[in-house]
Design a binder for this molecule. Structure first.
Ligand code: SAH
Length: 378
């Protein structure tokens, strides 16, 4: 039975599950899995060290494990999960999108963005998405399937390896900037394909793997992780009880139910008021400011009165509004706001003392910017 807050999707008949992988398992489960194939339980820790601390998933690299055991351990715990179909780079190579093919041919994407002072990765939690937001490229294609915890985590592991190996050039090396050479990952945003809270257990498992100390996990900071949701209210409540220090972002896109019902169809189930209240509860429990995402769509949701209404809803709350200029998806009749309307919208929000910024839209040329992720090979 699904727990409250978990939306379930019926997998197509005959669909196979992704292979079990080290990153799907807790440290205790890894020990059991190793013992189950007749290997010494401490091999689990060695494998974790190789995978989470050295990003070394090739058996030839495991010199502390007898050659005769490596293939068996690989098969049981480190099967190949995904292969790179291609990388696409822009912004002098500092933005790189990766198209992945999963074990069953499913395609997903992740994006790495290197700035002088930080590196952000945008990752997918599902192949496709079932939320059906009309302005979002992923939403148009529907949901293929949930990603496994390991399929989510591996996008990050590979990005960290690429950064360590100097595959992603630095931005301009201004004072304090990182310049070229190796870099470390600082931020992760669940803003690629999929609705993370509709794949709840696997996403929570991924957050644990990402943030558990090495070698149990990658040792990243929870504070650097942002989970972005359309607003699945029961799942937000449940997420608030996990005790994470992650940031939550709510894709609001309209302050009024009438418009939001059309832009974010799940609003017909959970209204603006309920979604915001759940978000404020999360902010209170996590101690983190709530992010409000708002894609500015010309003449649809960008009127100054809507900015004012949004400001009223958020006034005095621990929030930050992130305005995203709409990235038009192929065939869409919608486009980004005029500069003067954008300015008036910002001012209408700011007039209520609510912090508001406009998101930069890196990666547009490679279809790597917000909402553009859609595997064109399909
Ligand atoms: N399903 C989650 C996370 C994925 S999308 C969510 O909806 O929050 C990440 C952000 O990009 C969301 O705020 C989403 O509404 C926004 N987005 C989607 N398509 C967009 C587009 N074409 N232009 C600008 N932002 C878009």
């Amino acid at each position: 039975m699904p727990k409250p807050g978990e939306l379930t999707f019926v997998a197509p008949r005959g669909a196979k599950k992704p292979p079990r992988h080290l990153a799907d398992l807790t440290p205790a489960e890894r020990k059991e899995a190793v013992a189950a194939i007749g290997e010494k339980p401490f091999r689990a820790k060695q494998l974790s060290q190789h995978y989470f601390a050295r990003y070394a998933h090739e058996p030839e690299q495991w010199t502390d494990i007898p050659a005769g055991s490596r293939a068996r351990l690989q098969e049981a715990l480190l099967p190949e999960l995904m292969t790179v179909v291609r990388h696409l780079s822009t912004d002098q190579g500092t933005t790189r999108k990766t198209l992945w093919r999963l074990f069953d041919g499913t395609l997903v994407e992740s994006v790495l963005m290197r700035y002088p002072d930080r590196v952000t990765m945008c990752i997918s939690s599902q192949a496709g998405c079932g939320m059906n937001c009309p302005f979002c490229a992923t939403g148009q294609a529907g949901l293929d399937r949930n990603l496994s915890t390991a399929e989510i985590v591996h996008q990050i592991v590979d990005g960290m390896r690429a950064l360590r190996d100097g595959e992603v050039p630095g931005g301009t090396s201004q004072a304090g900037g990182s310049g070229g050479g190796p870099a470390r990952l600082s931020n992760i945003v669940f803003m690629g394909m999929g609705e993370p809270l509709a794949n709840y257990n696997r996403v929570v498992g991924a957050i644990r793997r990402l943030t558990d100390p090495e070698p149990d996990g990658l040792g990243l900071s929870q504070r650097g992780i942002t989970v972005s949701t359309v607003g699945l209210v029961p799942a937000i409540h449940r997420f608030a009880d996990e005790g994470f220090k992650c940031r939550l972002a709510i894709s609001l896109h309209a302050p009024d139910d009438e418009l939001r019902d059309t832009l974010v169809p799940v609003n017909t189930r959970w209204k603006v008021r309920e979604v915001l209240d759940a978000g404020f509860e999360y902010a209170a429990k996590s101690g983190r400011r709530l992010s409000i995402e708002y894609a500015l769509i010309r003449d649809i949701n960008d009127q100054a009165w809507r900015g004012d209404r949004l400001g009223r809803l958020l006034k005095g709350k621990p929030v930050h509004v992130n305005l995203i200029p709409l990235n038009p998806t192929p065939g869409s009749k919608w486009t980004a706001s005029r500069p003067e309307d954008e300015k008036a919208f910002v001012e209408a929000i700011a007039a209520h003392g609510v912090p508001v910024t406009i998101r930069d839209t890196r990666g547009q040329e490679i279809d790597g910017a917000c909402g553009q992720l859609a595997a064109s090979e399909r």
